[in-house]
Design a protein. Sequence first.
Length: 86
Amino acid sequence: MTGYVGILDGSNDVWGVRVPDLSGCHGGGLSPEQAIADAELAVREWTEARMAKRLPIPKPRALVALLRSGEIDSANGDSAVIVRQR
């Protein structure tokens, strides 16, 4: 099982998770848990679509690489979560 770093942001009743290694892949929900679960489904669908087209699946980057790139803005409330590819 592969895990990608997802970036969780939101508050109250609007939560989102974006997966920067998979362009355009994101999930959302009314709670952090729902957003992560939706992002896991999105990762599965994203990778299945790529495989069907015989396109490569990007390898997950390490958390430290995402932190160094500035893609996680912890000052604005972003948090890193693991989004599993099931």
